[in-house]
Design a protein around this ligand. Sequence first.
Ligand code: SF4
Length: 489
Amino acid sequence: MSVPAFSWERPDRLEEECAVFGVYGKGEDVARMTCFGLQALQHRGQESAGIAVGDGETIMVAKDLGLVTQVFDESTLAALEGFVAVGHVRYSTSGASASWEAAQPHISAIDDVLIALAHNGTLVNTNETRTRLIDEGVQFRSGTDSEVAAKAIGVVTRKTHHLRSGIRRAMEALEGAYAMVLASPDSLYAFRDPNGIRPLCIGKLPNDRGWVVSSETCGLDIVGAEYVRDVEPGEIVRFNDEGMHSEQGVVAGRRASCIFEYVYFARPDSVIDGMSVYQARRNMGRIIAQEAPVQADLVLGVPDSGVPPAMGYAHESGIPYADGIVKNRYVGRTFIEPTQAMRQLGIRLKLNPLPSVIAGKRLVVIDDSIVRGNTSKKLVDMLREAGATEVHLRIVSPEVLWPCFYGIDTDTRDQLIAANMTNEEMRAFIGADSLAFISLQGLRDSIQANHDGFCEACFSGEYPVAIPESTSRKSFLTKADFAQASGLQ
Ligand code: SF4
């Protein structure tokens, strides 16, 4: 069975879509702190960056396409004066959404209700909510679900003159994954969907100087904030002159925190729900070494997320670990496409093997996931060209069989190699000597979080929040389904 040709428009892996950050602190340079926080979270989104600041009277926003350091300079930050800030970095593969309007935070100004909202996640019932709001006379600029959420909060707040009611009523209406930070002119809010799908944590600045909210704890570390706790599923937390105040916005549902955060999305120096991401990755390597042992000379990790599990595999198996693959850290998400001639030359934009380490060796190579398989195939080809005598691929996530609808950019099922091939067909396509995936139980056992409720839908197809049929219909079809539906089988 064939898979689609390599596409430079779509990266061959799951891609995080966003990160959020917020600060409340009187007398603090909240815009600068948010800028640093967003730089720590830049791995979660490189398409656009934005910061909105409230000064007690109004809210100012600066946002644009590009990396944080491209969007913000000294003069932009100096203009953002105030004591409450929210920030956002965004990732999206959709060219249409690469616009200033789609960049966040979204400002909603309905009558005298002024708010700035930043959202990580994806809502699954956006169309119905947008239609209802349009019927109420609300106008939209961007077509994003985050703008729908901002306007939904603004409309209720205008009627009730109570922002927390606006947030609560919006949470009752919105379905899907959302970890949100919101600034009014004088307060900071943080809230999370009832299943707690995307991460969101709270930190405190030293000497009671203020509060920080971040998608990951690495965002707290960079501004010197001490981790306090994670925002609970369905919880609304408000920070203002009176300190931190918590209330349950909506009843929490089945806990379903994204298990892939530990595999790939989060930074290894972050801690999510009490579990170090680095340690979880080491554990994954240790467990897959038990589940899928092999005779080899060296263990290599595909940078960056494959390196800690490679160390875990090496420790468990006794096979030496080696740095045999070098990553170009400055390629990132590029919109400059290579020419066809460059592609034929097999340019190596991101990864380059070290022949002096690899030549003549039998390798165990640890990677985080396989989505379409093209990148793994290229990697194995490169390692063989560099002189590897055997390449045994070990993957520290189970087979990705189903698309994600909760804020992660994945292909439809017909594009996911594991949904369309047997393990042996995949191994042959990729060209590895052997191929093994960690079991779902093995992945769970790697993570000792302070809860055991994970979203595992991309492996199991069991979605914690129902996906509307209009969205799922095409996404769920495999190649075989397509062939059958079109009478080819
Ligand atoms: S479907 Fe997969 S990637 Fe998406 S939230 Fe669930 S575990 Fe995470």
